[in-house]
Design a protein around this ligand. Structure first.
Ligand code: ZN
Length: 139
């Protein structure tokens, strides 16, 4: 018997260069590495600093805010996904990178390029935390 791959499961969770990021999500923090050699902070995490190729990092919590760069609505996907869903490209507020994330709490009519979004974290129930975004709303 073969098991189906779970396409919601990231394939790099165990990688030493990114595992602190996934562990941070479990504690509700969206972390980015800062290079100990040159001070550069960057995202996504990778094995070496894009500025100086250093490979020793500290991990810092980001604001959890971003801005919608682009988005699409998906009607076909692997069976793990509830369809349809909105997928956005989101520029991190710190200006250090762009993430792809499911958009929750909004209809396509409510989305506009450049709108502020908040990164939310959900526990997938199998020991893994995943992130998604929602429109930023002032309470
Ligand atoms: Zn560096």
């Amino acid at each position: 018997m073969t098991s189906k791959p779970n396409f919601l499961m990231p394939t790099n969770v165990e990688s030493p260069s990114v595992s602190p990021f996934w562990e941070g999500l479990k504690t509700g923090r969206f972390l980015a590495p800062r290079c100990r050699d040159c001070g550069e902070i960057f995202f996504p995490p990778r094995s070496h600093c894009p500025e100086c190729l250093g490979d020793v990092f500290t991990w810092e919590a980001l604001s959890g805010k971003g801005y919608l760069y682009s988005w699409t609505e998906l009607f076909f996907a692997q069976p793990e996904f509830d369809l349809p869903f909105l997928l956005g490209l989101v520029d991190l507020a710190e200006g250090i990178g762009r993430i792809a994330a499911r958009i929750s709490g909004a209809t396509p009519e409510e989305l506009s390029i450049g709108m502020p979004l908040e990164i939310r974290i959900s526990n997938s129930g199998d020991g893994l935390a995943l992130y998604y975004v929602e429109p930023f709303r002032i309470l």
